[in-house]
Design a protein around this ligand. Structure first.
Ligand SMILES: [Zn+2]
Length: 218
């Protein structure tokens, strides 16, 4: 059995098992995040943890000078979806047509606790740094602290996963798409694998589109 490591997404409690080149848990392995987003996950977390609530636009403005393109915004949307799945953030309706999110209360409560104990942690780190920095000293090998088992998140059903992908499609296409977009969608391996007929996919898409425009026009 391979050594267990935690998912590279800091808010994710998932575990990475097996080969060394895998960095994310099974839930996040196939989520495509543009580099500008994946490199800034911690920065985004630090920013949103200081806010009562936020939209994707708030993050785009504050951290990316409002310069994220459509695809990069899509990445941020996928990141938020993963954060919701992990219970790190929660959804709070819409504002100006955009989803409003907030960092979960229990996350904020935990952070306060951590910052209270931070001083002692820093002292330990400084000492550890000094030991490593001095080549003459023998470096003590510290056994990794066992991580207490986390309660498993409820697994999403295949229907929920597919619905999420179709919602994302409608969102990324801004509620309108052409025939090539449609052909591309129904031929995506991660859509095909659900085995749903084109009619059913089309029906769900139309429902999502209606909902999308109801909110945008509402
Ligand atoms: Zn993960």
């Amino acid at each position: 059995m391979g050594r267990k490591r935690t998912c590279e997404l800091p808010f994710c409690k998932g575990v990475v098992e097996g080969t060394r080149n895998k960095r994310r848990c099974d839930n996040d392995r196939n989520i495509h995040l543009h580099q500008i987003i994946s490199k800034n996950v911690k920065r985004i977390m630090r920013y949103i943890e200081g806010l009562a609530d936020f939209t994707a636009n708030d993050v785009n403005k504050a951290l990316f000078k409002d310069k994220l393109d459509k695809n990069e915004k899509g990445s941020m949307y996928r990141l938020f979806q993963a954060m919701i799945r992990e219970g790190y953030i929660t959804e709070h309706g819409k504002r100006g047509g955009l989803k409003v999110y907030a960092v979960a209360e229990q996350v904020k409560a935990k952070k306060t606790k951590i910052s209270e104990t931070k001083n002692s942690t820093e002292a330990t780190e400084t000492l550890a740094d000094k030991i490593t920095a001095d080549p003459q000293k023998t470096v003590a090998v510290v056994a990794p602290t066992p991580v207490p088992p986390q309660p498993a998140m409820p697994k999403m059903s295949p229907e929920q996963i597919l619905l999420g992908k179709l919602k994302e499609f409608v969102y990324l296409k801004n509620g309108q798409w052409n025939h090539p977009d449609w052909i591309e969608l129904i031929n995506r391996p991660d859509i095909k694998e659900f085995g749903l007929s084109e009619e059913d996919i089309g029906r769900i898409l139309e429902e999502e589109k209606t909902g999308y425009w109801a909110i945008r026009n509402g």
